[in-house]
Write a protein that binds this ligand. Structure first.
Ligand code: A3P
Length: 293
């Protein structure tokens, strides 16, 4: 299938977006969520695929083991706002889905989410990742993803990231918007990528208790094993290689899966999000880096 030229970035209700996430806007806004839907929301490159895979394993590995072997993860966990001619849209895939629960991926900033998710009280797992690693991961992703705008060179890319001129807008606004929302919304579980790396089992327990699941310790062990970075990276159904718009000659989708030491400092807000939780997650990374040196 011929992939069209890379799309342009434009302002969409105050957020930078491309046509692939806005052209189906009315259907996205009118999407009918269900009370048993589970939405995984994140800014791009925060570990959405990882959490999607974990949830898919938790719900379906014992019911339908074939699902993991033959169906690519992006079909098992449709991307709500995705709309590209020649491919089924996220909304279409979800409307046709017969699985219960439907596990749904989104990168929408909180103010753009279809109202129905709030009305139906669907469960939402938000994943945040520190800005430094997010921007590095996003840069490499944009290099290899032909459905994203041209990334240009690293220094101009970093400047654009800090200015919020990325697809799905500003990282700061995204993580903060969802953080504010979860304060008054018990159906949002706000997770951190760094915690998932640091304490996978604890975070898995948190996820299960939020979702009302009680897997045996044997199944939990299996989920954790399958969702290890190297195992996912070698799994063609989970490593992005089944996705036609990704060019693996430029970069793998799953690159390192670890915090990096990048000499940039991009925090610029003093809201309580950055002051409290996010600070903790940055210091975890710093400790990890110290151990590595
Ligand atoms: P890197 O590019 O830093 O390697 P998303 O799924 O939201 O696009 O996030 C992609 C990032 O999550 C990539 O980061 C990818 O490697 C990382 N990731 C995916 N699966 C992972 C896993 N099992 N363990 C750790 N990191 C994982």
């Amino acid at each position: 299938m011929e992939i069209p030229p890379r799309p342009a970035l434009f302002d969409f209700h105050g957020v930078s977006m491309t046509k692939y996430f806005t052209e189906n806007w009315d259907n996205i806004q009118d999407f009918k969520a269900r009370p048993d839907d589970i939405l995984i929301a994140s800014y791009p490159k925060a570990g959405n695929t990882w959490v999607s895979y974990i949830l898919d394993l938790l719900y379906f590995s014992h019911v339908s083991p074939d699902r993991q072997e033959v169906v690519p993860l992006h079909e098992r966990v449709p991307f709500l706002e995705f709309y590209m001619p020649g491919f089924p849209s996220g909304v279409e895939e979800l409307n046709q889905s017969t699985t219960v629960p439907r596990i749904i991926k989104t990168h929408l900033p909180v103010q753009f989410l279809s109202k129905s998710f709030w009305e139906q009280n669907s469960k939402i797992v938000y994943v945040a990742r520190n800005a430094k690693d997010s921007v590095v991961s996003f840069f490499h992703f944009d290099r290899m993803n032909k459905a994203q705008p041209e990334p240009g060179d690293w220094s101009s890319y970093l400047k654009r990231f800090m200015d919020g001129k990325m697809v799905f807008g500003s990282w700061y606004e995204h993580v903060k918007g969802w953080w504010e929302k979860q304060k008054s919304h018990p159906n949002i579980l706000y997770l951190f990528y760094e915690d998932l790396i640091e304490n996978t089992e604890e975070e898995l327990d948190k996820l299960c208790s939020f979702l009302g699941l009680s897997p045996s310790s044997e199944s939990k062990k299996q989920v954790m094993e399958k969702a290890l970075f190297d195992n996912m990276k070698n799994n063609k159904m989970a490593n992005g290689s089944a996705d036609a718009v990704l060019d693996f000659k430029i970069s793998p989708f799953m690159r390192k899966g670890l915090p990096y030491l990048v000499v940039v400092f991009v925090y610029k807000s003093s809201s309580d999000f950055f002051g409290a939780k996010f600070y903790r997650c940055s210091s975890l990374i710093d400790q990890k880096l110290k151990k590595k040196r």
